[in-house]
Ligand binder design. Sequence first.
Ligand code: MTE
Ligand code: MO
Length: 199
Amino acid sequence: MANETKFTNDNIADRVPPGQTLTDGFPVLHYGSVPYYNDMSKWDLRLFGLVEEEVTLSYKQFLALPMREFHNDIHCVTTWSKLDNVWEGVSVATIMELVKLKPEAKYVMLHAEHGWTTNLPLDDFLRDTTFLGIRHNGQLLTPEHGAPVRAVVPHLYFWKSAKWLRGIEFMEKDKPGFWERNGYHMYGDPFKEQRYDFD
Ligand SMILES: Nc1nc2c(c(=O)[nH]1)N[C@H]1C(S)=C(S)[C@@H](COP(=O)(O)O)O[C@H]1N2
Ligand SMILES: [Mo]
């Protein structure tokens, strides 16, 4: 079938988690200030922690990785959901070809600009729906939405989708990231409404 998508209109209700409202806009939400990169030679992406050899990718090296399209729905903990996003980015499978994980690695910390972090289990990071995005709905990411590269982990609340990604750390034990230290849930499944640490 030409133009096939994963989604059909008759299952929209199933795609909206409890307590969420649909938006056609694309709200901008983050803590702190938006980083603007004028000189891309200052940007890199570090793969570190429980790997045999640490890898640092320049922006040029990152852009040379194979990219593909991803279609998903996103769910923000502040109760908006946005369906049918079309992204372009690098799959996690492609990223994982660059490093050899040590067997103890069980969790991931995503590191963003200004020291912002978010944590997730390795298996969630390795899902084939998780990716590092550079484009959203046909446009390069704007600085506000995480340019040049953001993580996208669509099956968890959108705070796990680190904007301005600069590092991926592989860890043995789970550790709270920025919002997780400030009352948000360690895992954040929108369909289970895991919003806060007491949910
Ligand atoms: N680096 C960084 N990434 C971040 C955040 C942040 O504060 N810093 N906020 C998260 C939260 S709470 C949300 S809801 C989404 C919002 O992404 P958007 O502004 O593109 O909609 O980014 C997530 N990624
Ligand atoms: Mo959020």
